[in-house]
Ligand binder design. Structure first.
Ligand code: GAP
Length: 493
């Protein structure tokens, strides 16, 4: 029966984030001139820099900091049997449910999870936990009818129609498929990979043998993944085309929980090192385990719409390699010198979305504060990004366009541009130029003025404090280098 309990449409909590990302060249809707394609986004001139910096810091933290982790770059298309073996053809689906009045489609599990989060927010954490556990058990048992009943019992209504007039809950496979080959008879269905991990598993022996890797060791990869998500909401949080940064760590069976705990900790530190506020990060243990996992935890970030997953750490046992061994009829074993045994290694996986890490970083950095006093009081908005991931490290700004100031500024720009992404700008007042750099998160504005002509000093204006200091121009590379240093960020890990 339709409930009268109509929920009003709330303002989108990401409104400011979306507007800022678009206005300042970070993220655009894909194919916007044709009114966009849902859940697909393009990164603009500053967005691509920020995203590349996040990916680079992930890669360095995995491959460069660990001499037992190497990288690969596997193809998006893979043999279709890979997805049969991995369980994705039969099991990679989400439970969906439609509201008959609004014709809107939802993920049944997300509806219940949101309700559980509401209980927690309302100061009833026990109730929230119990609801999550109940959902986990029903999904585990694949009892979709009971999931529907749970939605109704919890009085969950469609936010659009406000009714609980729900269809049956059914499973929907998330993989995109296409045909390979030009002759119809010879063509076969292949999939766009829904995770990068399988490209690592099928190369496990190639890498182990050619790299003479000894267990424990890891293989890392950054690449695109595709999922036909039922509910594409919340900006870049849930996209149909996105990028993953995944690492499979191959270990001796029986040691996996030790490594699981260790990676759990290391990965949390990485998010903090990138500048995410510690109090906005938490672990969330999975109630319902994926078909391949024997333990799993999410690292969640508190987005404006609540705590949500940014990374998953999974103990995948020997599931994937054993499956590939069975389906390919090729042994996926490792001979362990120390224990003189052949075995299929166990795997601990760390899997973070580059786009989600971007979104968390962006939400975390977008800051508005009141500055000035009395009549001069005004609001200032800036992106408080860690200098290492800021799209532009320094803006070189001559005070005006004459008297030799642009020439010195150009010299400084030429000197810094090989090591740092810099901007040279001479138009508009210096105040307006500072504001513009604040909005894209540039940590250092370097002003060249008349004193520079006399003693070669410049002012550095710091983005977060707006404080200015005078330094010799030869000190600039050292100051910027120190702030963006890979070592300074990661020596704490
Ligand atoms: N190989 C394991 C795996 O793919 P997952 O939890 O399904 O696990 C891992 O995905 C991470 O990938 C998530 O924590 C999230 O950051 C990112 N991710 C997954 N689906 C996404 C989507 N539709 N849009 C953006 N990022 C997504």
């Amino acid at each position: 029966m339709a409930s009268k309990n109509k929920k009003t449409q709330e303002d989108n909590p990401l409104k400011n984030v979306i507007a800022h990302a678009k206005e300042y060249g970070f993220i655009f809707q894909s194919s916007e001139v044709y009114d966009g394609l849902q859940a697909v986004y393009d990164y603009g001139q500053y967005g691509v820099e920020l995203k590349n910096n996040i990916k680079k810091l992930w890669w360095q933290s995995m491959v460069q900091l660990n001499d037992n982790i190497v990288g690969v770059d596997s193809a998006i298309f893979m043999h279709p049997t890979v997805w049969k073996a991995s369980g994705h053809v039969d099991g990679f689906s989400d439970p969906l449910v439609d509201n008959k009045d609004s014709q809107k489609r939802y993920r049944a599990d997300v509806l219940v999870e949101d309700k559980a989060a509401e209980y927690v927010k309302a100061g009833e954490p026990e109730k929230g936990k119990a609801l999550e556990q109940k959902l986990g058990a029903l999904l585990e048992a694949e009892d979709l009818e009971a999931v529907r009943q749970l939605i109704i019992d919890e009085e969950i209504v469609c936010p659009v129609s406000g009714t609980d007039n729900w269809t049956d809950v059914r499973q929907f496979n998330l993989m995109f498929s296409t045909e390979v080959g030009s002759v119809a008879d010879e063509s076969s269905t292949i999939y766009l990979r829904p995770e990068t991990a399988q490209g690592i598993f099928v190369n496990f022996l190639n890498v182990q043998k050619t790299g003479r890797m000894k267990i424990p060791f890891g293989i890392a990869q950054i690449g695109k993944a595709f999922r036909n998500e039922i509910v594409a909401r919340q900006f870049t949080f849930r996209m149909r085309e996105f990028e993953q940064m995944e690492m499979q760590f191959f270990v001796r069976p029986g040691t996996e929980m030790e490594w699981y705990e260790q990676w759990k900790e290391t990965r949390m530190k990485w998010h903090k090192a990138l500048g995410l506020d510690a109090e906005k990060l938490q672990y969330h243990d999975h109630e319902k385990l994926a078909h391949y996992a024997n333990a799993a935890v999410d690292i969640e970030y508190e987005f404006p719409f609540g705590f949500k997953e940014i990374e998953g750490i999974h103990s995948r046992s020997d599931f994937d390699l054993t499956q590939h061994q069975e389906f390919s009829k090729k042994k996926q074993q490792y001979f362990d010198d120390e224990v003189k045994q052949n075995y299929v290694p166990y795997v601990v996986e760390t899997s973070v979305g580059a786009d989600r890490s971007f979104l968390a970083t962006f939400c975390n950095a977008l800051t508005t504060e009141t500055v000035g006093e009395g009549e001069k009081q005004k609001e200032r908005t800036f992106l408080k990004l860690h200098p290492a991931i800021a799209p532009v490290k320094a803006a070189i700004l001559p005070l005006n366009k004459k008297d030799g100031l642009p020439e010195i500024a150009q010299e400084i720009f030429e000197d810094l541009k090989y090591d740092f992404n810099c901007i040279y700008e001479e138009k508009q007042t210096i105040g307006k130029r500072y504001t513009r750099q604040d909005l894209i998160g540039t940590p250092f504005c370097i002003a060249i003025d008349y004193q520079t002509l006399e003693d070669q000093t410049v002012t550095i204006r710091h983005r977060d404090t707006m404080e200015q200091e005078r330094v010799h121009k030869d000190e600039l590379a050292g100051i910027i280098g120190n702030a963006v240093s890979f070592k300074n960020i990661f020596k704490q890990l």
